[in-house]
Design a protein around this ligand. Structure first.
Ligand SMILES: *[C@@H]1O[C@H](CO)[C@@H](O)[C@H](O)[C@H]1NC(C)=O
Ligand SMILES: *[C@@H]1O[C@H](CO)[C@@H](O)[C@H](O)[C@H]1NC(C)=O
Ligand SMILES: *[C@@H]1O[C@H](CO)[C@@H](O)[C@H](O)[C@H]1NC(C)=O
Length: 270
């Protein structure tokens, strides 16, 4: 990711020196002046545009395809993966009956997801977050991939209310102290996952291939996807897990300014 000041240096090129006369010095001065004015104008416009898209300074760990800073961009690594189809013959290890073993597998995907980030990292977030009481210079944060997985797990539990009666959504008496109203929680989760899928907009391509045995072309899901390496994100999560009890009742003031980012959608609405 280039710094806008690099552009300024590249744009200012002086005309080559030939004979030195007063008129050439005068015209060169005018030319350089005009070039500088033009360049400054261009640089200002670029800085303005750049600032609208990247509210934070752009140094390390910024994926050029990612509009917003995340402290976990350093852990983003793309890889090609082929999913399990999920029908008999190609089931994933998660397709087993509800059980403590299955609960543990889901828990291992996200139950370390509340993170502790430095103040410098917190200052670059597109949204303000809160300091951790008793842990000076550190801030609380959660990567949405872990929240998404938590949500999908709640939807899964709601689908098996005989095993998880507290997640039965076809009842009004499903208040779980830690999760509040289970019906509302599952509804939130389902809609969050909808928005997340639309946000990610996976453009991997499902194909049809001819099969002699079926005498037909058959839809094939075992195709290549560009994926983020989840093990790397999980490692980042484990390395940043907040281990102390977070007390939300303590208010800590800080000097981190509220960023003035406007999302693409808002800009389009004008
Ligand atoms: C939970 O939320 C649903 C849907 O908003 C509502 O009908 C129900 O009364 C709530 N249950 C409790 C125990 O608050
Ligand atoms: C496959 O379908 C074609 C056209 O429908 C048919 O003529 C052919 O006999 C079929 N072959 C087999 C092996 O079923
Ligand atoms: C986070 O930032 C977005 C984009 O500026 C804004 O729309 C949203 O209201 C902010 N939310 C919070 C909780 O700060």
């Amino acid at each position: 990711m280039s710094d806008p000041s690099d552009e300024i240096e590249r744009t200012v090129t002086l005309p080559p020196m030939k004979s030195i006369t007063w008129t050439s010095i005068f015209s060169r001065t005018v030319l350089v002046g005009l070039l500088l004015i033009e360049t400054l104008g261009l640089a200002t416009a670029m800085l303005f545009l750049f600032h609208r898209v990247h509210p934070t300074t752009c140094t390390t760990g910024l994926d050029p395809n990612q509009l917003l800073y995340s402290p976990a961009l350093v852990a983003v690594e793309n890889e090609v993966r082929v999913y399990n189809i999920g029908f008999p013959g190609d089931l994933s290890s998660f397709q087993i009956p509800s059980s403590p073993a299955l609960d543990q597998m889901w828990s291992d995907l996200y139950n370390f997801g509340i993170s502790r980030i430095s103040k410098d990292e917190a200052a670059r977030l597109p949204n303000k977050t809160h300091a951790i009481p008793g842990d000076e210079g550190y801030y609380i944060a959660e990567l949405d991939v872990f929240h998404n997985l938590h949500c999908l797990n709640k939807v899964r539990m709601a689908l098996d209310p005989d095993y998880y009666p507290e997640w039965r959504i076809s009842t009004t008496n499903n208040w779980i102290p830690s999760q509040k109203n289970a019906t509302e929680h599952v509804s939130h989760c389902l809609d969050w996952i909808r928005q997340s899928i639309m946000c990610a907009g996976d453009t991997s391509v499902i194909v049809w291939q001819w099969e002699d045995s079926a005498n037909a072309s058959i839809v094939k899901g075992d195709v290549a996807h560009t994926c983020r390496n989840f093990d790397r994100l999980r490692d980042w999560g484990h390395e940043h897990t907040l281990h102390v009890e977070y007390d939300p009742a303590v208010h800590i003031e800080d000097d981190i300014a509220v960023p003035t980012f406007r999302s693409g959608g808002e800009q389009q609405r004008g």
